[in-house]
Design a protein around this ligand. Structure first.
Ligand code: PGA
Length: 251
């Protein structure tokens, strides 16, 4: 059975105090049992504190990005070894903001994916079309090329360390969500593509999250679709109550 996951991408929000307070709140309010695995992705500088706070709990701490090189003269960057030394074993790669504002291409992401997987990290691989692609009917092609160029080169065995996050760019931070039907349509397309390009077993086992303006009032309906295995949550992940309501949306 594939895993149900709700991941909070905190983006460039929360200083150290706010990070610790939000984790304290999550731990205090979280039911003992949740149907979804909970992942939180604070900024790099707060990862160490987040790992310490969540030690011994079932909350997983992820990084929002990492560099493709093992080490070297890359001022301002963070390596896979640095993450591992903090006991951070999950990384978000390819978020649309990284693609749009920091020039991350499919080719670059393929290298980051390789580096992460070669160190046994779990990769949450993000992709999704822009509004113009959807309006012109090019969204399936675009998503297919993002997956083929950034991810499909990995070995079949490595797929067990990959989680997909479909995030239509037009729905991120805009308050406009894909309808549950639009999400399901794309998730089914992705699973079918993986079945053909990789294997039916991988397609059945890979978790595909939806991201883009998921809120407490729309989560359950989106998560109720058969090919949606959870969500990647931005804005609503910054409030413990909202995030935990969304987690409850996983039946
Ligand atoms: P949002 O962000 O929930 O604020 O739309 C989602 C994301 O960027 O992962």
């Amino acid at each position: 059975m594939r895993k149900k996951i709700v991941a909070g991408n905190w983006k460039m929000n929360n200083d150290i105090n706010q990070t610790e307070t939000l984790i304290d709140e999550l731990l205090a309010k979280k039911p003992e049992h949740t149907n979804a695995k909970i992942v939180i992705a604070p900024s790099f500088v707060n990862l160490q504190a987040a790992v310490a706070k969540t030690h011994g709990t079932d909350i997983i701490v992820a990084a929002q990005n990492m560099h493709q090189a093992e080490s070297g003269a890359y001022t301002g960057e963070v390596s896979v070894g640095m993450l591992k030394s903090l006991k951070v074993n999950t990384v978000i790669l390819g978020h649309s903001e990284r693609r749009a504002y920091f020039g991350e291409t499919n080719e670059l992401l393929a290298k980051k994916v390789d580096t992460a997987l070669s160190h046994n990290l779990t990769v949450i691989f993000c992709f999704g079309e822009e509004l113009a692609d959807r309006q012109s009917g090019n969204h399936f092609n675009l998503v297919e090329s993002q997956l083929r160029e950034g991810l499909f080169h990995i070995s079949e065995a490595n797929w067990s360390s990959v989680v997909l996050a479909y995030e239509p760019v037009w729905a991120i931070g805009t308050g406009e969500t894909a309808s549950p039907e639009q999400a399901q349509e794309m998730h089914a397309f992705i699973r079918n593509l993986i079945s053909e390009a990789v294997s039916p077993a991988v397609a059945q086992n890979v978790s595909i999250l939806y991201g883009g303006s998921v809120k407490p009032d729309n989560a359950a309906e989106i998560f109720g679709k058969p090919d949606v295995d959870g969500g990647l949550i931005g804005g609503a992940a910054l409030k413990a109550n909202d995030f935990l309501e969304i987690v409850k949306g996983i039946a």
